[in-house]
Design a protein around this ligand. Structure first.
Ligand SMILES: [Zn+2]
Ligand SMILES: [Zn+2]
Length: 552
């Protein structure tokens, strides 16, 4: 038996939903599981995406043998376009997952240098001292896999995202017999998906959604507009099937939806009867009860096709009475506000809107409590570590593990950055590595940090005040009264008197400060302090104050 320890280090996805990434390290070998992104929370103003901090990996880049991806959802592949150019490691995934990764990498012009490898289930890939094998799991995207990682200290099973749907639309059901076999042979550690650990019972089958869509296509008197995630290929398939049954044609709207469907058709993960898919201009003049649109926007993303339709801003599709809109997704936590506003706007335009609270138009792709317990019981791991979820999900999942007989001391609830160290007989937490959020804002990655976010918060709360101070180039004396320009601070008409007073106050302060106003840093601080104090006394607000000197 080996003396070295196996280290498991989550860099993302624990105590949060999204940006999943787990590092496994043994001696000189590292493998990385998933590289996801997270959508920003409301207070992360102006941030487009959040990806994991990989400084730990950058310091050990030569050890990385590969990045293994469980499936093609954003929270598992979304960080690749940003991280792959830095990590330069080969990426292993199933075929459809690779197709989706290609689409992502191409968008960010990071495809040409990428080394992408397709893995079939059951195949064993040697990655340094690790050997990785994939097994099919059922999830809301085809080609989802879990991982069996053979290590020198024992076998580790990673569930990926999974549920136990015995009648999936596309993709295979979770391979329970392989898991049971492993359970008999002995599993050192199980890492398992906790996303829906709050829900009792079983997650309903995708079939339920198929039946609902069937009714909708049959009953709707006008157009049907279905919105979902572009990666939810099984859902797109269900829409095409239901449309075909009622002789409706299907039009794909929006670039990412078009790209993904085309790729899935090419790779054979999506089947459409001849002639059913059409170009959007062909819909013009067709009877409304023969039309189905599929589009993105289920998360209320401001630039998505659905949101533009909801705001009468879409060039081709105008919502009208008689339209049925199906939102076939649940809002990701944090997006509820945007989604609800979109639904309101669609109702205002006279559409009928069906969403998860009012119709069975979506089932999620993660196992509920009974499914999580079944997996634990089959795999029978010595140690258990819940993954993918907020802290409460992980804690609840830990409780489920205890309930099926895993000793409390063998269950480890980690947070991002924790080092979990295992030998074949022992497991313990052994310190922490640097981890956290890297913000992606437009074209820039990582240069928006805490300070920029804090400033944005300040601006969004109390606005901005610019104080323009003109001084004589030669004498350094103040020329005229300082000017004050404000945005988002107060209604300047109502507060004209206060602004006026602050201008006088500034003039007095600068003239009395006893130094030549050319000593800019001094004046700068003086102006800021004076105005901050004065405005706070008057309004109890703290706008951001920017002094600005002009030499005349
Ligand atoms: Zn997923
Ligand atoms: Zn996920």
């Amino acid at each position: 038996m080996s003396k070295s320890k196996l280290k498991i280090i989550p860099l993302g996805g624990l105590s949060e939903i999204g940006k999943n990434m787990i590092v496994m390290e043994y001696e000189d070998d590292i493998i990385v599981i998933d590289a996801g992104l997270m959508f920003p929370e409301q207070e992360m103003l102006g941030i487009d995406l959040v990806i994991p901090d990989i400084s730990y990996l950058m310091e050990r880049r030569e050890k990385i043998r590969g990045i293994v991806i469980t499936h093609g959802h954003e929270d598992h592949i979304g960080a690749l376009p940003y991280l792959l150019p830095q990590l330069k490691a080969p990426v292993y995934s199933a075929k459809l997952t690779q197709g989706l990764i290609r689409v992502k990498l191409k968008e960010r012009k990071a495809l040409s240098e990428a080394n992408l490898k397709v893995v079939s289930t059951g195949e064993r890939i040697p990655l340094g001292k690790f050997e990785v094998e994939t097994f099919p799991v059922c999830h809301s995207i085809p080609d989802s896999v879990g991982l069996i990682i053979h290590t020198p200290v024992g076998t580790v099973v990673h569930s990926g995202d999974f549920k136990l749907d015995y009648t999936p639309v596309s993709g295979k059901p979770t391979d329970l017999s392989r898991l049971a076999q492993l359970g008999v042979q002995g599993v050192l550690l199980l890492l398992s998906d906790s996303t829906y650990a709050e829900l009792p019972g079983y997650t309903p089958s995708e079939k339920v959604v198929g039946e609902t869509l069937d009714h909708i296509m049959a009953d709707a008197s006008g157009r049907v507009i279905v919105t979902t995630f572009s990666s939810l290929i099984s859902r797109i398939q269900q829409v095409i099937d239901a449309a075909a049954k009622y002789q409706r044609r299907v039009f794909i709207v929006g670039r990412s939806m078009t790209d993904t469907t085309r790729m899935a058709l090419d790779l054979g993960y999506l089947n459409a009867p001849d002639g059913i898919l059409g170009r959007i201009d062909e819909a013009r003049g067709m009877p409304h009860n023969k039309i189905v649109f599929i589009t993105t926007g289920s998360q209320g993303e401001p630039t998505s096709a659905l949101v533009r339709m909801a705001n009468r801003d879409h060039p081709q599709v105008h919502i009208q009475h008689g339209d049925t809109i199906v939102i076939s997704a649940t809002p990701i936590p944090g997006n509820e506000g945007l989604v609800n506003r979109t639904i309101d706007n669609l109702f205002k335009q006279g559409a009928r809107v069906l969403y998860d609270k009012v119709a069975k138009v979506h089932v999620h792709g993660h196992g509920s409590q009974e499914e999580l317990k079944l997996l634990l019981s089959l795999v029978k791991p010595r140690y258990f570590m819940p993954i993918h979820g907020e802290y409460r999900h992980l804690s609840l999942h830990a409780g489920l593990a205890e309930s099926v007989g895993i000793p409390k001391d063998n269950i480890f609830v980690l947070e991002d950055g924790d080092i979990f160290e295992l030998s074949s007989q022992t497991a313990k937490l052994a310190g922490k590595v640097g981890s956290g959020n890297v913000y992606v804002d437009g074209l820039s990655v990582g240069d928006v940090g805490g300070i920029v976010l804090r400033n944005r918060k300040m601006l969004s709360k109390d606005g901005i005040v610019v104080a323009i101070i003109a001084v004589n180039r030669q004498t350094g004396q103040l020329v005229g009264r300082p000017d004050i320009v404000t945005r988002g601070f107060v209604n300047t008409r109502e507060f004209r008197k206060m602004i006026d007073e602050s201008r006088d106050l500034l003039a007095r302060t600068i003239n009395h400060s006893g130094v030549r106003a050319v000593e800019w840093s001094f004046v700068n601080n003086k102006v800021r302090d004076t105005l901050e104090k004065f405005y706070y006394e008057q309004t109890k607000r703290r706008p951001m104050i920017l002094p600005f000197m002009v030499k005349v």
